[in-house]
Design a protein around this ligand. Structure first.
Ligand code: BES
Ligand code: ZN
Length: 456
């Protein structure tokens, strides 16, 4: 086995690998919009044929939603499960894109060459790093150093409704020694990282109704209850002046950082001024007695993701709206219980309702936080492989985002997840003009080739 020749093959194959990634990026597999279901199916077909062409026995597997792609290939080393998602976020606001989000182009930027398009970083570019690493191994050695099960999902960006039942029904097939997830980033865009803490996520949609219909605000204003005012007051009450969240019982299950993690994170010397400066901000806005890294990785949040009601079009309309709406999400840590928080949040809102107002709630997924044990020697092996590739010591880090499947691997399969990804902070995930650096794609692929070698 010669890792060097595999790495060299990755280097010479880069132009073709980029073309393959572009082909996948051209398929608009937006999972949340039913109008794109056919494209999700096409993306799954594309991956099935790609993996089969490498000699990996792969099938598209139906679910009540978008299909899963499951493939198996043998190898002498440990049995790894690889997870990535082929679905992408919607593109709106489309007018802010400089190019067609599904016609990916290479672009020179002051920080290097990037490939721009929806899903380039989240998660098609990332999942292709692993597939390209396998391709190079197979091309050079005729086989892979590890036994691998591929498990690619098409519903991650819409809350993974089919995932848990599918994993339960196919647990024996998916169980493995270690689950590799490629859906996270580098630390501060330059330090390779293994994520050991992910936050959970609870989504709540709330509608407050006052009058039966929209009213003239001259005729009724002053005497009629305005649901936008009521909603604003409720939202304003969700945090106190120090940034703490006021939902009763919210902090049950929120642990203090261990001394060990605190020391480790301090060693990372996170530059929060640069992190905020890159997006036009300067002051950390969370709980005032916490460090910025804690605010992102180990403290829970409550954020308003959308709020609307009344007239929001051009011009002006003197309306007193019948309804007001908001989408609110909570990022959770430790053992915070999403369902208990949902109940307490709803009770708090009901308690604040004045006479003549009604409220209705919609729930959007509820997953707890997850944390990974790194005592398995595979973690140190992978960390060393990452360090070798990037020439910067790889770090164990937290992640403010949520990847509920990491918890499901532990709970349903008893398989430990190892989260490694190569995204950068400025990739514009879920935003217009999403991009993936060619450096991430190239060195990401080389990183996986090294990790596969290191785990055998
Ligand atoms: N790849 C992201 C998770 C992520 C976010 C990793 C930021 C690194 C940095 C993932 O696809 C995602 O966006 N997850 C959603 C949750 C999901 C249940 C809709 C999220 O975190 O909002
Ligand atoms: Zn993702």
């Amino acid at each position: 086995m010669s890792l060097e020749t595999v790495l060299a093959r990755i280097d010479t194959d880069m132009p073709e690998a980029v073309e393959r990634l572009r082909a996948l990026l051209r398929i608009p597999s937006i999972s949340t919009d039913p109008a794109y279901a056919g494209h999700c199916d096409k993306a799954a077909d594309w991956l099935v044929s790609e993996l089969n062409s490498l000699g990996i026995k792969t099938e598209k597997r139906a679910t009540p939603g978008h299909p899963m792609v499951v493939g198996h290939v043998d190898g002498p080393g440990p049995h790894l499960l690889f997870y990535g998602h082929y679905d992408v976020q919607p593109v709106d606001p489309i007018e802010l894109w400089h190019n067609d989000p599904f016609d990916p182009q290479l672009e020179e930027t002051p920080k290097g060459t990037v490939i721009r398009g929806r899903g380039s970083s989240d998660d098609k570019g990332q999942l292709m790093t692993f597939i390209e690493a396998c391709r190079a191994w197979i091309a050079e050695e005729g086989s892979l150093p590890c036994r691998i099960t591929f498990f690619l999902e098409g519903e991650e960006e819409s809350g993974s409704p089919s995932l848990v039942p599918f994993m339960q029904e196919n647990a024996d097939e998916l169980k493995s020694d270690l689950a590799m997830i490629c859906d996270t980033g580098l630390f501060e865009s330059r330090t390779p990282a293994i994520v050991t803490m992910l936050r959970g996520l609870l989504g709540e949609e709330i509608t407050i109704t006052g009058p039966d219909l929209d009213l003239h605000s001259g005729m009724y204003g002053g005497v009629a209850m305005n649901p936008v005012r009521v909603l604003s007051k409720i939202i304003a009450a969700l945090h106190d002046d120090t940034g703490r969240i006021t939902v009763p019982g919210f902090y049950d299950g929120v642990p203090e950082l261990s001394d060990e993690l605190e020391a480790q994170w301090q060693g990372l010397a996170f530059d929060h001024a640069a992190f905020l400066g890159d997006v036009g901000l300067s002051e950390p806005a969370g709980e005032q007695d916490r460090t910025p890294l804690e605010m992102i990785w180990s403290r829970p949040t409550c954020e308003v993701n959308g709020i609307w009601g009344g007239y929001t079009g051009d011009g002006f309309k003197t309306v007193l709206p019948s309804q007001a709406h908001a989408k609110i999400s909570f990022r959770l840590v430790g053992t915070q219980d999403p369902l208990a928080i949902r109940e307490n949040f709803r009770a708090m809102v009901r308690d604040m309702l004045p006479p003549d107002c009604k409220v209705s709630f919609g729930g959007h997924g509820a997953s707890g936080a997850s944390q990974t044990e790194t005592s398995d020697p595979a973690f140190e092996a992978a960390r060393q492989a990452l360090t070798d590739e990037w020439q910067v010591p790889a770090a164990y880090v937290g992640c403010g985002g949520s990847i509920p499947i990491a918890g499901h691997f532990q709970e349903i399969l008893g398989t430990t997840p190892m989260l490694i990804g190569f995204g950068k902070d400025d990739d514009a995930l879920h935003s217009p003009n999403e991009k993936y650096d060619l450096e991430s794609f190239h060195k990401g692929t080389r990183s996986w080739a090294r990790i596969l070698a290191a785990l055998t």
